[in-house]
Write a protein that binds this ligand. Structure first.
Ligand code: KG4
Ligand code: ZN
Length: 335
């Protein structure tokens, strides 16, 4: 079945064509330039931009895939979680397409898309431990199979990407700042400026990043902007190292305690080079295989939606024309 995947949950308008074996096209139109000057995503502007861009993005995805609209056999769309106005653009488009072309359609979960994106590139055996780290989420799950997850823990405050983006705002790095901090930290010594790690009870798999941002705000306030500018690389390296260490410690602990031999990291922050390196090193120490998707599959994209939708459509799952966006949608729990 040739599936068109549509993603509009946040600030990327994306469409992809997947034939069950191969991604034939994957087009992403980013809105970063629109939201950058506001230091974060403006939901109303995001929805409007999706409305402008979705049709040309789908058109390009079909063209690159070499498939006409009549060659599409199923539609998959991100139904949630995400910004409701943004989600509704993709959902409405999918419904109109499914109705007019009489196509089967399924709404899928964006986080489930991230956590299963690895299956497009690697042969992974279930169960595996999934760490989803993005601008809106930081969660650990046991992945038993498509549609079957056990939630182990999440952030209690900011998501890891949010923590990096907020640091970027304090340091005047623009939005989003994760990739910029990644570059600034490269080669710099993370031990020059040390940041505090949040103490979450040993027995839990939760995270906390908001204290880190407060520490940085106090540091910039106390030492001044000139100090921050002069020590930008050391600050970026120290801050990133603390975020990475908190993620690595809890993830490896969860893999060991739940006897899972494979760790998969997914979501925008999984593009981070330091996180990839340190997770691999820490995993290797305990015989855990650490996998992460290629960079375009880490950040928001529609391949992961088309791929997941293809699986669900194959299982016979369908969404009706009464489908609505779900801004807050937990992953389906399994065994
Ligand atoms: O998954 P994603 O594209 O969108 C959401 O669903 O949130 O993730 C976006 C997040 C942002 O917070 C961004 O700063 C972060 O991913 N990010 C990175 C890197 N590239 C993107 N964080 C650290 N290092 C990177 N290289
Ligand atoms: Zn995402």
């Amino acid at each position: 079945m040739i599936v068109l995947g549509i993603e509009t949950s946040c600030d990327e308008t994306a469409a992809a064509v997947f034939d069950g074996k191969k991604v034939l096209s994957d087009i992403v139109s980013s809105q970063i330039d629109i939201h950058n000057k506001y230091g974060g995503i403006v939901p109303e502007l995001a929805a409007r931009r999706h409305m402008e861009m979705l049709l040309p993005v789908v058109h390009e995805a079909l063209q690159v895939a070499g498939v006409s609209i009549n060659g599409i056999e199923g539609v998959a769309v991100t139904q949630g979680p995400g910004l409701i106005g943004a989600l509704l653009v993709g959902v409405s488009f999918a419904k109109a397409l499914a109705y007019t072309k009489k196509l089967p359609m399924v709404g899928v979960n964006h986080i489930e898309g991230h956590i299963s994106a690895i299956l497009l590139e690697e042969k992974v055996t279930f169960p595996y431990l999934g760490l989803v780290v993005s601008g809106g989420h930081t969660s650990l799950y046991i992945v038993n199979g498509i549609g079957s997850y056990r939630h182990l823990g999440s952030t209690r405050d900011d998501a890891a990407g949010e923590a990096l983006d907020k640091a970027g705002k304090l340091l005047g790095l623009g939005y989003p700042a994760g990739a910029v901090i990644d570059r600034l930290a490269e080669g710099a010594d993370p031990k020059i400026i040390k940041f505090p790690k949040a103490m979450i009870h040993e027995s839990q798999y939760d995270f906390s990043f908001s204290g880190l941002k407060t520490f940085l705000a106090n540091l910039v306030h106390k030492e001044g902007k000139e100090f921050a500018e002069k020590n930008l690389n050391a600050i970026a390296a120290g801050y990133l190292e603390t975020v990475v260490d908190m993620l690595v410690d809890k993830t490896v602990k969860a893999a060991r305690e739940n006897m899972l031999n494979t760790i998969v990291i997914a979501g925008g922050v999984a593009a981070n080079s330091r996180l990839r390196q340190k997770m691999r090193e820490a995993g290797a120490e305990f015989g855990k295989m650490v996998l992460y998707p290629s960079i375009p599959l880490c950040t928001d994209n529609a391949s992961m939606i088309a791929h997941l939708g293809h699986s669900y459509l194959g299982m016979g799952k369908r969404s009706g024309l009464d489908m609505n966006g779900i801004p807050d949608w937990p992953l389906p729990e399994g065994l």
